[in-house]
Structure formats: structure tokens, C-alpha cells
Design a protein. Structure first.
Length: 128
């Protein structure tokens, strides 16, 4: 599986909101070189339930046809553990979800497309 961009939940939410950040994310989402972590799908599902948004199945179908879906495998999990250990020392509020998304990107030498400020100091980040 080859991809250049990992789309995180922040980027997907803004994309579906049609915001300015979402419009910036669209060029990466629609480039046919993007991936979405299964963790991001879980985060999005939770957000849709919490906000009582409809169309999750329709949006999920788009996500799964537009981007490659990357499961958290052993190598991503181990890398995420290392990332989480290091990032928590320097970034307040950094969480395991952030680590798993970043590990997914690093494992493929890809960039994370996000607006989440936790990622702003990382070279593999494209801030939208």
C-alpha cells in the first residue's frame, strides 16, 4: 500500500464542514494518494454520535473509497508507543491517538494532513 498523505480526523471534519481548512485539505484528500487510519474512523464515528450528525455511513463510504484504509498493525503499534513516550515529554495534551496517526504516516514516509496544533512542530505535518 502506497500513499503520501495520512488524513486525520481534524482534516476530515473540516472537509465535511466545508470550512476554509477543509478546502485546503481537499487537495490532499482528492489526490488519490491519501490514507486514513482505522483509528481516525473510530474518532469520526464518535464525533458523529456525540454531535448527532447524520450521514456517517455515506461519509464513511466516501472515506473508504477515496483513501486507503490503514489498520493499526504491529509495526505501527510499536512505533506509536515510542512516539507517545517521547512526545508526552514535550507536548502537553499529546495522546495515543495522535501517536497512532503519526506512526501511520512515519511507517509509510508520508505526511499528516491536519489542523491539530499538537502536530505543528513536526516535519511530517501539513497544517491546514
Amino acid at each position: 500500500m502506497s500513499f503520501d498523505f495520512v488524513i486525520d480526523s481534524y482534516a476530515w471534519i473540516e472537509y465535511y464542514r466545508g470550512s476554509q481548512a477543509g478546502r485546503r485539505a481537499s487537495s490532499y484528500i482528492e489526490a488519490n494518494r491519501a490514507a486514513t487510519s482505522t483509528l481516525t474512523i473510530a474518532e469520526l464515528h464518535e464525533k458523529y454520535l456525540k454531535e448527532k450528525w447524520s450521514f456517517f455511513e455515506e461519509d464513511l463510504k466516501y472515506i473508504t473509497t477515496r483513501t486507503s484504509i490503514v489498520a493499526v498493525d504491529r509495526s505501527i503499534a510499536l512505533l506509536a508507543g515510542e512516539i507517545n513516550y517521547e512526545r508526552k515529554k514535550i507536548k502537553k495534551g499529546w495522546g495515543m491517538a495522535d501517536s497512532l496517526v503519526l506512526a501511520t504516516a512515519r511507517n509509510a514516509s508520508a505526511k499528516v494532513v491536519t489542523g491539530d496544533r499538537h502536530f505543528e512542530d513536526l516535519p511530517e505535518t501539513i497544517m491546514i
